[in-house]
Design a protein around this ligand. Sequence first.
Ligand SMILES: C[S@@+](CC[C@H](N)C(=O)[O-])C[C@H]1O[C@@H](n2cnc3c(N)ncnc32)[C@H](O)[C@@H]1O
Length: 193
Amino acid sequence: MAESVIFTFIFGAIVVSIVYFFNLTWFDPRFLVIILFLLILPGLYAAFTSGPFVPSARKRHRTMLKLADFAPNDIVYDLGCGDGRLVFASAPHVKRAIGYELSIPLFLFGKIVSIFKSKKAFIRYGNIWSQDYKDATVIFCYLLPGSMKKFHKEIWPKLKPGTRVISNAFQIHDLKPDEQEDKVYLYRRKTKV
Ligand SMILES: C[S@@+](CC[C@H](N)C(=O)[O-])C[C@H]1O[C@@H](n2cnc3c(N)ncnc32)[C@H](O)[C@@H]1O
């Protein structure tokens, strides 16, 4: 959340500076409010439908990485990657780590940070529900219970056998976790549907 707010303020400050520096008298300050509102709109939609940006707590974060038990060939996805911290922490240990994010400020923040982080870390702008996870071997989630239900219905059946799903805080509807530590749940996809 903090990154999102900071980004929005910095963006606003840059636009205001440009307007005054170049004396763009035609620029109505109300445009800025509209632009900022449009910038945060997709993030608000994501927050209300699948989960707001609350980064996994440090301890949980460590447990998620531990339960993932990475192998060098793993392809990792973080569904709603926020500021990308889980993607950046995974990337050095795996083949590729990809995070999808719908909030524009968070996506831009993660994208910029990714330039300075591992070449194996990818922050992509997109809705988690319309992506393809066929090549995934590890999936991280920290989403609302209703979204975990949707995940079970829409994404889980398409995962290849052996894929590990690690969910922070919320369980996958109707599935018994293979492992659990603290409130982090690990599920292994066993058979094809
Ligand atoms: C609880 S945060 C988890 C952040 C990160 N995965 C972690 O564990 O630290 C959930 C994130 O998912 C994003 N999100 C929610 N719905 C989404 C959607 N449909 N598509 C992409 N991102 C989404 C939110 O913007 C938010 O940043």
